[in-house]
Design a protein around this ligand. Structure first.
Ligand code: TSX
Ligand code: MN
Length: 581
């Protein structure tokens, strides 16, 4: 196959010239193509079949032990002006970056196959979707892209009708961490990634395109590309409201996206539209609408069990690619906190020894189609997306942040988002319990200067009077002994219900300096085990602690210098004044 799109054909020819692959394969995205690649990878050993009786069509990939996660220190935004990338990004001069990457890509596909992957982020027939083409020498990337995006013939047809596309070039290279770079060129909508086969570095449609490049494009075109889950909450009356929510890592975003309501909410339903990325566009009526650019989940495996996330646990029993998990003696996938079975082999393929390390790498992953989820929303394919009633920010905060509060305005909500911070966990980093700023949960993913990004967020209130309400939640309050005050998981349904009732204007609230909080009887707490002291603590606003927090947020905002929007600093001052009053 080739293409009638001249600029695509020219680029593919140029890349083949540079990288000298043995052959070039245009991917059509068919099931036959997927099955043939899986078979080939099983022969070469890059994939192995898991127990096909218990886990039909499930396969295991073990990565290089040095290539198991995104590499923020090797990820660059290359723009003409350094200030456009901002202090939230590593920056490299465009020609320096290109020269470096040309050197790395030179002849790197010698002896290998070059795959051309046309893909569409979002429903293929949606005006909100955007296309891309990834060129890669990794068959692992091809089979993952097949699950994670709308890949192949349908995307190519859209590109051939004249749709612009992001150019992504990837090679696993020699996996040398010293020769590994993830480069973004937002001004020309292109990406170059070398030296890693890991998801976030190699599946270019996801973080590189749908967040870093798309956030840039979104600012130019007047929309938002966000690190958000999308869920639908259906009441017993059959009314469904949609929520988009942003959380830093290790807050259970995928678990929330697939929440199963508790017994006392048995006539309610949560529908999943996405667990990681939301593209938010304003329609002609001023309503913000969301599409999930992805078609699958690339989720963290450890900790997934029937209690934490039953829908995810069920959906990864079949048609799933596992990366870096352990195995039981009979070839079933195994991971820490699975609560079933015993590990025999670890993620490095060695006999499991609990004194050596975990069976599954803490960042081990499942790749599975969104349609395998029991709570899959049919509207995930709707070209017009879903109307968003509420935007929710969250963080992991042992102290300070109440269970839930609502912003007083859009501008105040943007301040809350810009102030998002979360405590680090063992799984994510070395140090445990450090508070890190992660505005809108976009710290690793915003493709431009955060100050300009906040200004873009603020600009939405000039375009519509029907914007979503903005909230902040914290499932992770603890007492002095480290006991969690809120049961979390399915019980979070109670908070989501309050959020929707606030959007509809049917729930009272207490006004505080930081926003609106639930009244004492504001949340439905029927048959939840929560004592009065804990409930009071979950709604307490400690003025001293908050003043110190706002001091920190203020310093952070001002660290972006002149570009920090004055409207945001005004809003910050308003909250400080209210706290001091
Ligand atoms: O995902 C989580 N959510 C959101 C669920 C919809 N987690 C796991 C975070 C790690 C990825 C949570 N952990 C949540 C939560 O709401 N809350 C907590 C903290 C917690 C842990 C255990 C208990 C209660 C709270 N209770 C018992 O273990 C009995
Ligand atoms: Mn994510």
């Amino acid at each position: 196959m080739t293409t009638t799109n001249q600029s695509l054909q020219t680029w593919v020819d140029q890349v083949a010239q540079l990288t000298s692959p043995d052959k070039v394969v245009w991917c059509d995205g068919s099931d036959q193509e997927y099955d043939a690649l899986v078979e080939q990878m099983n022969e070469t050993g890059t994939l192995s079949a898991l127990n096909q009786e218990t886990h039909p069509n499930c396969f295991l990939h073990l990565s290089d032990p040095q290539d198991v996660a995104r590499v923020e220190h090797l990820t660059f935004i290359c723009t003409t002006e350094k200030e456009d990338a901002g202090k939230n990004n590593n920056w490299m001069d465009i020609s320096d970056a290109k020269e470096k990457m040309q050197g790395l890509f030179k002849n790197c596909m010698n002896g290998r196959t070059m795959y051309v992957i046309p893909y569409c982020m979002g429903p293929v027939d949606s005006p909100y979707s955007r296309c891309g083409v990834e060129i890669t020498d990794s068959p692992y990337v091809v089979i993952n892209m097949k699950i994670m995006t709308r890949m192949g013939a349908s995307a190519l047809a859209r590109i051939e009708r004249g749709d612009p596309f992001v150019k992504g070039l990837h090679s696993t290279g020699d996996l040398d961490p010293e020769r590994r770079f993830i480069m973004h060129f937002p001004e020309e909508y292109s990406i170059m990634s070398f030296g890693s086969g890991y998801g976030g570095n190699a599946l270019l449609g996801k973080k590189c395109h749908a967040l870093r490049i798309a956030s840039w494009q979104a600012r130019e075109e007047g929309w938002l590309a966000e690190h958000m889950l999308i869920l639908g909450l259906e009441s017993p009356e059959g009314e469904t409201h949609y929520i988009a929510a942003a959380f830093p890592s290790a807050c259970g975003k995928t678990n929330l996206a697939m929440l199963i309501p508790p017994e006392s909410y048995k006539d309610w339903k949560i529908w999943t539209l996405g667990d990681d990325i939301a593209w938010l566009h304003m329609d002609n009526e001023g309503q913000l609408r969301a599409v999930n650019p992805e078609a699958g989940y690339f989720g963290v495996v450890p900790g997934t069990n029937a209690k934490t996330n039953l829908n995810a646990f069920d959906m990864i029993q079949r048609n799933t690619i596992f990366t870096n998990v352990g195995q039981t003696a009979d070839g079933q996938p195994w991971w820490e906190d699975k609560k079933e079975g015993e590990p025999a082999i670890d993620w490095k393929g060695r006999n499991y020894d609990k004194n050596v390390g975990p069976a599954a790498h803490p960042n081990s992953r499942f790749t599975v189609s969104a349609t395998e989820n029991k709570a899959y929303s049919e509207l995930a394919e709707a070209p017009e997306g879903v109307p968003i009633s509420a935007i929710v920010f969250g963080g992991r905060r042992r102290e300070l942040a109440p269970l839930v509060y609502q912003s007083k305005s859009w501008q105040h909500g943007v301040l809350i988002g810009a102030g998002v911070a979360s405590e680090t966990t063992a799984a994510a980093t070395g140090k445990v319990g450090l508070v890190r700023r992660d505005p809108m949960a976009m710290k690793p993913f915003c493709g431009y200067n955060f100050a300009d990004y906040w200004a873009h967020w603020l600009s939405f209130s000039e375009r519509s009077s029907k914007l979503p309400q903005i909230f902040h939640v914290n499932w992770f309050r603890q007492d002095a002994d480290g006991r969690f005050l809120w049961p979390g998981f399915g019980e979070n349904m109670r908070v989501l219900e309050w959020i929707i009732r606030r959007c509809k204007g049917s729930a009272d609230a207490v006004e505080t300096a930081i926003g609106y909080l639930p009244t004492d009887d504001g949340l439905n707490l029927d048959s939840v085990n929560l004592n009065e002291g804990d409930w009071a603590a979950l709604r307490h606003v400690d003025k001293e602690q908050w003043l110190s927090e706002m001091q920190d947020v203020g310093e952070y905002l001002r660290s972006y210098g002149d570009r920090t929007p004055s409207k945001l600093l005004d809003e910050h001052q308003r909250v400080v004044n209210n706290l001091s009053a």
